[in-house]
Design a protein around this ligand. Structure first.
Ligand code: 13P
Length: 236
């Protein structure tokens, strides 16, 4: 079973979100894929009734709890509304809202204590990739986010090279496998009930089969392609 996570970012309005949700809800159930949809945070509740249990994600959470926190995305509301997943540390959240690895770590701990499955995004810049320092970079990023003395429940780690997001560029297929296998190796130094490593960045109909065939890749996190009905229909 491979995870397929649709990150609709802020691409779709409510009508478009509902129409895509209808296509997803009409797909036959599959043993090969576990589909999780992450609509813009405003729309989770509007589409929830169309989705089976535990198949929706928020695109972020906040670490401010209940109370006088204007603008907060309170994790308690995910629990109250039975939303099981949250993307953490997406590169656009890091660049638009200043989330650092330290903040991602705080949010990760919050997910653990609230039984939310985090989809933690990591990835290197083009410069790091070009200077062949991807592994060193990712090791340090993981070290800042995860704690060796914590026992984590299920965690999804999405390897999303920043230079690949929204550009049409991807690492070579054997590089994706090599990095995923490396991530799987270094994550053995930490304790997880379940850990899945996903690839994200310019996944589309042309490259998805090759990526999903990789042994060490447990799924994909897809942005713009996942807003297209043709792409969704791949999973039927
Ligand atoms: P694209 O698939 O549009 O490159 O975006 C990837 C991404 O950011 C998924 O979280």
């Amino acid at each position: 079973m491979k995870y397929i996570i649709f990150n609709w970012k802020s691409y779709l309005n409510l009508k478009e979100t509902i129409s895509l949700s209808k296509i997803i809800s009409n797909l036959p159930s599959s043993k090969k894929f576990k589909l999780v949809s992450s609509p813009n945070n405003f729309f989770n509740l509007a589409i929830k009734s169309r989705f089976p249990k535990n198949t929706l994600a928020t695109q972020n959470i906040d670490f401010h709890g209940s109370g006088a926190n204007t603008g907060s995305m309170n994790i308690n509301h995910l629990i109250e509304n039975k939303i099981k997943y949250s993307i953490l540390g997406h590169s656009e959240v890091r660049s638009n809202f200043g989330d650092s690895d330290t903040i991602v770590k705080i949010k990760l701990d919050l997910c653990l204590s609230h039984n939310i499955i985090p989809i933690v995004c990591v990835g290197e810049t083009k410069d790091v990739y070009k200077s062949k320092k991807t592994k060193i970079f990712l090791k340090s990023q993981i070290n800042k986010i995860f704690d060796k003395s914590t026992s984590y429940n299920e965690v999804i780690l999405a390897y999303e090279p920043l230079w690949s997001i929204g550009t049409g560029l991807t690492p070579k297929i054997d590089e994706i496998e090599e990095i995923s296998s490396y991530l799987s190796k270094i994550l053995k130094n930490y304790s997880f009930k379940k850990i899945n490593i996903l690839y994200g960045g310019s996944v589309n109909l042309t490259n998805i089969s090759d990526i999903l065939n990789l042994r060490n890749v447990n799924g994909v996190l897809v942005g713009s392609a996942s807003t297209k009905s043709d792409f969704i229909k791949y999973f039927k």
